[in-house]
Design a protein around this ligand. Sequence first.
Ligand SMILES: *[C@@H]1O[C@H](CO)[C@@H](O)[C@H](O)[C@H]1NC(C)=O
Ligand SMILES: *[C@@H]1O[C@H](CO)[C@@H](O)[C@H](O)[C@H]1NC(C)=O
Ligand SMILES: *[C@@H]1O[C@H](CO)[C@@H](O)[C@H](O)[C@H]1NC(C)=O
Ligand SMILES: *[C@@H]1O[C@H](CO)[C@@H](O)[C@H](O)[C@H]1NC(C)=O
Ligand SMILES: *[C@@H]1O[C@H](CO)[C@@H](O)[C@H](O)[C@H]1NC(C)=O
Ligand SMILES: *[C@@H]1O[C@H](CO)[C@@H](O)[C@H](O)[C@H]1NC(C)=O
Length: 307
Amino acid sequence: MTPRWFIAFLLGLVELVSTQDEGCAVGVIGESAVLPCTYDGTSKLLSSNITVQWRSGTEVMLKRMWRQGHEEMLNSSDSTRVRMPSLGPQTGDFSMTRSDIVPSDSKNYSLHISFDGEKTSSVLCTVCLRVGAHFSFPSIQRGQVNPEGKTQFACHSRGGYPQPTLHWLINSTEMPPTGSVRTYTQPLEDSELFNITSTLTVTISMGLPVMCAIENHILNETFSTTNWPEEEQVSPVVARASEAMWIFSTVLIVIVGLLVAAGIIFQVKWDHNRRRPHVHRDDSDSEDTDIITVDMKNLDSLTETDV
Ligand SMILES: *[C@@H]1O[C@H](CO)[C@@H](O)[C@H](O)[C@H]1NC(C)=O
Ligand SMILES: *[C@@H]1O[C@H](CO)[C@@H](O)[C@H](O)[C@H]1NC(C)=O
Ligand SMILES: *[C@@H]1O[C@H](CO)[C@@H](O)[C@H](O)[C@H]1NC(C)=O
Ligand SMILES: *[C@@H]1O[C@H](CO)[C@@H](O)[C@H](O)[C@H]1NC(C)=O
Ligand SMILES: *[C@@H]1O[C@H](CO)[C@@H](O)[C@H](O)[C@H]1NC(C)=O
Ligand SMILES: *[C@@H]1O[C@H](CO)[C@@H](O)[C@H](O)[C@H]1NC(C)=O
């Protein structure tokens, strides 16, 4: 159950961040990433025997061979998580798709190509891959004011990679005073992801919003949440008022119901006592008939007596 004092609005703010690794491919942990590589001299590719290799350092991840555009089946042991289109010489596209990305895939890859059995190969592309995982939208909790008049806020986000940058803003623009923020990252078991938790302890005037933002440099993603102070307890008061109204009207209905029931019982009894002598004395008592029509039982008994 969300505490009453906890009100948070998600803003989903995305900021422009220029990454230091300009031109790197970006992969999300558990998903696939494409390492792009194209060659624009396809006529040469189709008329030659070519061998291409995707390498990372000294490791050969994938090897393919085409004779005048026709793919040769190789006995090479490709890495399991890589794919490449088989129409490379026709399209010039030698991009490699790496699936099920893990943090250690974050490195440089290069495509080497050699023509007609040359011993030496030339590097066609070098691609760097950077790996990240999305953090959750941060949540903010606002604590009670402590005896020193300070309020503690806690900001939490989970399951991202790599370690993010976290910052707080008070009243949309102000940086928190130095020493008021403590931030911890917690590595998660069985994965290389992180949780991040930060506390802000400040003297803050009532009514000011507090924002916590989490920035993932690799994914170029900033998520922020703003905590708005509760507005003068308006909603609980409204809730209590409507509850009171509900109880009041229920009681009122019960009382009215009891009064009506008592009235009917009284009337029926009173009418019973009055009617018996009337039946014999005066059959054309219109006032009696009016009352009798209210109750069907009495009406029945009256007609019986009449017949
Ligand atoms: C970061 O994202 C913004 C929009 O979300 C985009 O315009 C910008 O080019 C991105 N920067 C990098 C380095 O990817
Ligand atoms: C390609 O390989 C085939 C068979 O190995 C050979 O006959 C052909 O001459 C080669 N083509 C070139 C351009 O080297
Ligand atoms: C693949 O390698 C096996 C031995 O590892 C060999 O017997 C087979 O002939 C090879 N096939 C080709 C097409 O090179
Ligand atoms: C990857 O390549 C870039 C240049 O493109 C280089 O600065 C960087 O050091 C390389 N990283 C590794 C791990 O080799
Ligand atoms: C909060 O910000 C608003 C406008 O940004 C400003 O007018 C106001 O004085 C600020 N309040 C405090 C307490 O700093
Ligand atoms: C990470 O955060 C989640 C909830 O956000 C929590 O359930 C989990 O225990 C946290 N793990 C660690 C190692 O702090």
